[in-house]
Design a protein around this ligand. Structure first.
Ligand code: FDA
Length: 398
């Protein structure tokens, strides 16, 4: 249905938030002939896309699957993800001749710049007749049959309102709790939120010497709450970061430890026992440095294990060394919080939404998509895949 003769303050669909999910939803709805307006309070669209993937946007993951998402109802994501797969987005990227590559583990990045993804979305919006206004804050005033919105420039009307305002991560980039506040006003359940994909902070004075290792990364298997990730950790001046820590942070709860196997794939006790015979004169530090780097091995030997020739290690010594490295159990005092978090865990309770349409069960015509919903992806392109898939799902029905 097209409604081109409506007055300029009347639309079929108004989408609040011109990020990844909002723009994708606008394209899908516009292509169906719906008259779509996208509004954003920021001065430009897609700021998180622009800053993502170190400026190259890890725009999807070839292996994105429901297991890559954290949600109170793990089945919720299946419908949208199966109807808009990474291959649909790749097709769009190829249509716009954007060169890309797989970095690792199915993670696809632009060869040149994340600007290309924003330009692609804007070009698709333009050809679908979508109108976009930035620098505009909006209030949703009426959510009955016909929806009424207020902006400093006047009132707007529409049939469907889509909330695509993202979540609380990186307030400096324009992140707000707009979606949660609106939901609470309308008695829509919001699950508690916390920072995800975020570095952790180590305040324990016993761990202070680790700051010397800032900048060093190590291959590990890092585990939080029985979820483990074989990736690098990175020592920072405040604690730990790197992909393994970011992934684990989404499962970590305050007060709990992280378990970091610093010798992935090696049974350390057996290895040291073997080396004790084969290289009895070699110092422990030297053997540890082969896997841990010289500086990490040195610090471990200064702080937590005693350096001595391997031939002098007793079985108890080996047990102690293993207890300090495999895993190294460390209790973060917290995370760096929303200031640096890539995502926000929790959000709009999926029980309140249809997984097929993303529409609110108790508020016909009101939709929530993207990160504002209680769906959080693993690191590696899964969060954008959720934004595209949930935006596309809603775009078929708004
Ligand atoms: P998004 O945050 O993109 O968009 C929300 C929009 O709503 C914004 O434009 C905002 O200005 C607007 N808005 C907010 N409040 C408003 C209000 N009150 N009124 C009007 N407008 C409002 N993911 C991934 O898959 N691969 C990657 O490489 C990265 N990299 C990455 C790096 C960094 C530094 C961050 C912070 C995040 C990532 N992510 C990522 C995560 C990814 O950016 C995120 O999951 C998606 O952008 C979420 O898309 P949404 O459209 O839901 O929100």
């Amino acid at each position: 249905m097209t409604t081109q003769n409506k007055a300029s303050n009347e639309y079929d669909v108004i989408i609040i938030g011109a990020g990844a999910a909002g723009l994708m939803c606008a394209i899908a709805a516009g292509q169906r002939g719906r008259r779509v307006l996208v509004t954003d309070h920021a001065n430009k669209v897609g700021k998180k896309i622009l800053m993502s993937g170190g400026g190259r946007c890890n725009f999807t993951n070839m292996y994105s699957a429901p297991e890559n998402f954290i949600c109170n109802n793990p089945h919720f994501v299946k419908s949208a993800l199966s109807r808009y797969t990474p291959w649909h987005f790749i097709e769009l990227v190829e249509k716009h001749q954007i060169a890309y590559h797989e970095k690792k583990l199915g993670q696809l990045f632009c060869d040149e710049s994340s600007k290309q993804i924003v330009q692609m979305l804007l070009a698709e919006c333009a050809s679908a007749g979508v109108k976009i206004i930035t620098d505009t804050s909006v209030q949703v005033v009426e959510t009955g049959g016909q929806k009424l919105l207020e902006t400093p420039q006047g009132k707007l009307q529409c049939e469907s309102v889509v909330i695509a305002t993202g979540s609380l991560s990186i307030p400096k980039m324009g992140a707000t709790g707009f979606g949660f506040e609106l939901a609470r006003k309308l008695d829509i359940s919001v699950l508690p939120t916390r920072a995800g994909l975020v570095p952790v902070v180590l305040d324990d004075h016993k761990l202070k010497p680790l700051a010397e290792l800032s900048g060093i990364s190590l291959d590990t298997i890092t585990e939080a709450n029985q979820n483990s990730f074989h990736e690098n950790i990175l020592f920072t001046h405040r604690g730990l970061s790197g992909p393994a820590i970011l992934q684990a942070s989404s499962y970590w709860q305050p007060g709990e430890p992280l378990k970091i196997d610093m010798f992935p794939g090696i049974e350390l006790a057996g290895y040291l026992a073997e080396m004790r015979v084969e290289k009895s004169k070699t110092a422990l530090k030297t053997i540890l440095a082969e896997k841990l780097t010289r500086r990490v091995a040195q610090l471990w030997c200064e702080q937590w294990v005693e350096d001595k020739p391997l031939g002098q290690l007793s079985d108890t010594d080996i047990e102690h060394i293993v207890s300090q490295c495999q895993p190294w159990t460390v209790k973060p005092s917290g995370t760096e919080g929303y200031r640096t978090a890539e995502v926000t865990l929790g959000g709009i309770d999926t029980d309140a939404l249809s997984s097929k349409t993303m529409e609110c069960k108790n508020h016909p015509g009101l939709y929530f998509i993207g990160e504002v919903v209680d769906v959080t992806g693993h690191l590696g392109g899964h969060n954008f895949q959720w934004a595209w898939a949930s935006g596309h799902a809603a775009g078929q029905f708004v």
